[in-house]
Design a protein around this ligand. Structure first.
Ligand code: KG4
Ligand code: ZN
Length: 348
């Protein structure tokens, strides 16, 4: 292995994220200073199919990887000799897509003689909060809402998680995407519904808030079906009113359950993470509810909510310090779980 750099110099990690349809690379110093954060979105490639096509995603990651990594290094002003590790998301996600990032990171780590670190994508989303506020008081409660996951997690100490709740069926982002697809609005549904809902009346249609009075787990498949049934019966009601009513129902449940979780575990801080955390109404309501309860709260910048590699570098910084490097024989796991304690009904 190459001579270690002097311990006074910042630890710089190059991270790669390819779990779904964003090809991303970033260089982060000391787990918190973002020197570059490059995201090449494939939305245009998948939109025509109404969703992510795994084979198309893998091919696009491969084609874009070199340029994206090059741009991340150039923007950060670093060369291989300035890096202390190369990290990649190794799950959960699309297996073909994950393997492009993992193989690239391992090859670079081997060529540059630095450690490789495999990172859990959901731990990455969680670390987006520490990127902005490394000093957050623990224990804290984080709501992680993405296209594939809806998790309520208590961070008891750095890197230790207790699962408080999760969805028993669809993830929150999945519900946004499915409702948008049903309404013929396009892909990805979350940002489209977010925009459209601003022009609608959120009180025009009241959709069900599933499991609202029932613990800390979530269910979003019922509200999606309710939207479908309502639109069939009332084709005259505008998409904007339907979108606003649907969004209101989802956000209501997410915010109420997060505040309930904080109360239950006695956390003084609540945070948001994952792509759905980019939602305007959720950000607004989350902050307002936390303030009303006198809780410290953090809603990361939108760029760190949707998939990016800066959050992966931040999580890698922590994992490298605690667990050391990942072996170069480490693979990718499409259904990798966030290592948690606790036994909610499901982690779907
Ligand atoms: O974290 P993410 O970028 O990728 C996954 O890890 O899945 O999350 C993607 C999800 C998609 O379902 C997308 O529709 C949703 O996040 N999303 C939003 C918004 N922006 C992205 N949902 C609601 N409002 C938004 N503004
Ligand atoms: Zn994600």
């Amino acid at each position: 292995m190459a001579e270690p750099r002097p311990s006074t110099s910042p630890q710089r990690i190059l991270a790669i994220e390819t779990s779904c349809d964003e090809t991303a690379a970033a260089v982060v110093a000391d787990g918190r200073r973002v020197l570059s954060n490059v995201v090449s979105s494939q939305i245009d490639l998948h939109a025509v199919y109404g969703g992510v096509v795994p084979e198309v995603a893998s091919r696009a990651h491969l084609e874009r990887m070199e340029a994206v990594v090059g741009q991340a290094m150039d923007t950060a002003g670093v060369g291989p000799g300035d890096l202390d590790a190369v990290a990649a998301t190794h799950g959960p996600g699309l297996i073909g897509a994950l393997l492009i990032g993992v193989s690239t990171a391992k090859a670079l780590a081997l060529a540059w003689d630095v450690p490789y670190v495999g990172v859990n994508h959901m731990e990455g989303h969680l670390f987006a909060t520490f990127l902005e506020r490394p000093d957050l008081e623990l224990p804290l409660v984080v709501l992680l809402v993405s296209g594939g996951h809806t998790l309520l997690v208590e961070v008891t100490e750095p890197g230790r998680y207790r699962l408080l709740g999760s969805t028993i069926d669809d993830a929150a982002g999945e519900a946004f995407d499915k409702v948008a697809r049903y309404l013929g609005l396009g892909y990805p549904g979350g940002p489209i519904i977010d925009r459209l809902a601003r022009t609608g009346d959120p009180t025009a249609v009241r959709f069900p808030r599933a499991m609202l009075d029932d613990g800390l787990d979530f269910s979003f498949s019922g509200v999606k079906t309710a939207v479908v049934n309502f639109v069939r019966r009332h084709p005259d009601v505008s998409d904007a009113d339907v979108a606003a009513g649907f969004q209101e129902a989802v956000v209501d449940v997410l915010v109420i359950k997060t505040m309930r979780a904080a109360e239950r575990v006695g956390a003084r801080t609540v945070c948001l993470g994952g792509g759905v955390a980019a939602n305007s109404l959720l950000r607004e309501r989350f902050a307002a509810a936390a303030e009303a309860k006198g809780l410290d709260h953090l809603v990361p910048d939108r760029a760190y909510c949707t998939d990016n590699a800066a959050m992966i570098a931040a999580a890698a910084h922590h994992r490298l310090a605690v667990d050391g490097p990942t072996g170069l024989d480490g693979g990718a796991d499409p259904s990798l779980r966030l290592p948690t304690t606790g036994t909610p009904t499901s982690t779907a």
